[in-house]
Design a protein. Structure first.
Length: 448
């Protein structure tokens, strides 16, 4: 099928590249000429494992190309996917849909300008959009292209940064929202490679339902995280161990083991933004989501509380202390710093008078734009020299097997605060360092 993807962010670029890998002919469109220039030179504008090779392979096979010209991009397309950003609208928490609506308008105007007799088009929103957005997109394209048949469907994306290609090609499910029979048939064709080897069920729903499934999924996952984070606090207060609690409940299939890792709170470009947007929808429809409200509040307060936890571990005083932060991105295998817990943690520590050194395998460039007075150091061993505490904020593989004895030789105070429970207390202790984890028996140093 001839597919055009509008937007080359995480969702747009990964989806476009994967569609071409399925054998479709794909054109990716982006307004930003510098992004398109990079892509045409085989350079990825985002860090995502495996993406560069995937793009190169499909460009070489002649199935994947890039352009800044939306009109040229949609001219021969059978299906156009909108994969542009839907950031939080400044000031009110609603999703900012201006990029989605602008894309719909431009696509329809380009089609309308084409010769009469051109074929129908399937227009699909892949961006995360609040329930009812498809109705508005439909209104926009009807108005801008009254002489063309454009079927509007919703196909939310569930991929995770850092595991995006694997998630796209081996998803738990694909959700397609449309009541139109022809649109359903076309979407079945798009995802045929997945249904052929029965690797993923394709779930057909109404358009509004599909839009809501995306938000409900992210809100539920965020709920699991805030839930286990509060249980971690209770573990510290009561002398239980959150990793064992997590395993103990997660082995119940009705609960499941995933997304029950206690940590410094969720971040990234999705959970924080999507939970807020969902709350706005709930408000608009006067149908409160009190659980999601609590999830957001718990997460917001947790990030700075982690800063206080580090200070408590240092005996309650941060002034004059050197804190080494290992991991800045909101999770490993990405360079994305958006809403990363590291930002609030570092600010809380700086406010209390600490000096910050930080390491991250991919995120230091982005982090430097958001943080001030932080010394960025490539090598973790160099970063801990004369430090009073080493704090693990992001569980990069590079920080999972550190030579702790080597660190102990150069640190000023032998203390590790492990906000991801990467290390076992015994191994850290045997290297001579005091260990403070999350929700651990002996880590009941107060966060409150
Ligand atoms: C999330 C969802 O997992 C994807 O399914 C969805 O497609 C995506 O949002 C989106 O809407 O685009 P992502 O933000 O890339 O994906 O990252 P996750 O792996 O879900 O992690 C989000 C945050 O939760 C991270 O800060 C991570 O450290 C934290 N987390 C995750 C925990 O603290 N504990 C866990 O057990 C799991």
């Amino acid at each position: 099928m001839r597919i055009t993807m509008v937007g080359t962010g995480y969702v747009g670029l990964v989806s476009g590249a994967c569609f071409s890998d399925f054998g479709h002919e794909v054109i990716c469109v982006d307004k930003d000429p510098s992004k398109i220039a990079l892509l045409e030179n085989g350079v990825m504008p985002i860090f995502e494992p495996g993406l560069e090779q995937l793009v190169a392979r499909n460009v070489q096979a002649g199935r994947l190309s890039f352009t800044t010209d939306i009109a040229a991009g949609v001219t021969n397309a059978e299906a156009v996917f909108i994969g542009v950003g839907t950031p939080t609208r400044r000031g009110d928490g609603h999703a900012d849909l201006s990029y989605v609506f602008a894309a719909a308008q431009e696509i329809a105007a380009a089609l309308e300008a084409q010769s009469v007799g051109a074929s129908d088009l399937l227009l699909v929103t892949k961006s995360t959009v609040p329930v009812g957005t498809g109705d508005e997109v439909e209104r926009i394209v009807r108005q801008a292209a009254p002489n063309r048949v454009i079927r509007v469907a919703s196909n939310p994306e569930f991929l995770r940064e850092g595991a995006a290609i694997e998630d796209f090609k081996r998803p738990d499910r694909v959700v397609c929202g449309t009541d139109d029979g022809i649109a359903r048939g076309m979407l079945s064709q798009v995802y045929r490679p997945l249904s052929l080897n029965q690797s993923a069920p394709v779930l057909f729903t109404g358009r509004r339902t599909a839009e809501l499934i995306k938000y409900a999924a992210n809100a539920f996952l965020a709920t699991k995280i805030s839930f286990i984070n509060e249980i971690a606090d209770l573990c510290e207060a009561t002398g239980a161990d959150v990793q064992e609690v997590s395993r103990g409940i997660g082995l119940d299939n009705r609960i499941g083991r995933k997304f029950l890792h206690a940590g410094p709170g969720y971040g990234g470009s999705c959970f924080p933004k999507d939970t807020l947007a969902l709350l706005k929808t709930a408000e608009d429809y006067q149908s409160p989501l009190r659980i999601v409200e609590a999830v957001v509040a718990v997460n917001d307060s947790r990030k700075r509380a982690m800063g206080r936890k580090v200070i408590a571990a240092m005996g309650g005083e941060a002034r004059g202390k050197v804190v080494t932060i290992l991991g800045l991105t909101f999770k490993p295998n990405t360079d994305d710093m958006r809403d990363s817990p590291a930002i609030a943690i570092i600010q809380a520590l700086q406010d209390a008078g600490a000096t910050i050194r930080a390491c991250d395998p991919e995120g230091m460039q982005q982090a430097a734009k958001m943080l001030t007075d932080v010394a960025f150091v490539e090598d973790p061993y160099e970063a801990v020299t004369d430090a009073d505490v080493v704090v693990i904020v992001t569980e990069w593989d590079a920080y999972r097997a550190l030579d702790l004895s080597r660190m102990a030789k150069t640190m000023r105070t032998l203390l590790m605060v492990d906000l991801r429970n990467v290390y076992a207390m015994d191994e850290v202790n045997s290297a001579g360092l005091t260990y403070v984890g999350i929700g651990k028996r002996d880590s009941a140093l107060s966060t409150h």
